[in-house]
Design a protein around this ligand. Sequence first.
Ligand code: FES
Length: 123
Amino acid sequence: MCADSAQWQQVNRPEEGRATVFALKSTLKLSGGRTVDIDGQGFLICYRGRLQAWKNECPHAGSPLDWIPGQFFSEDGEHLICHTHHAVFDPASGDCLSGPCPRGLYPLPFREAGEMVEVPVTA
Ligand code: FES
């Protein structure tokens, strides 16, 4: 395996208005120099024909956004909703449109690879 492929994982391209959830490792640096590996998630969406990838971590209190695993969109499909305190996000920009968030969603890189999409292993 080359070094570059170790940084990416392939996931299915989501259908319009849907999301594909994927595992995402993070390393937290503690005082004193220790590090802790954390298992997190990212999610890839298709909104109005365009893909976007975000960390599944609400910028308000850090909880996962999905109200049912893999369900991020509002009923009308026009927004992403955090299930914890109901912050509302723009699916295209990640901006927080309403709710207690101090900022928008954390973007992740992605690259299209034929029928699949490559997303990062770590963030
Ligand atoms: S944790 Fe998402 S709005 Fe509070």
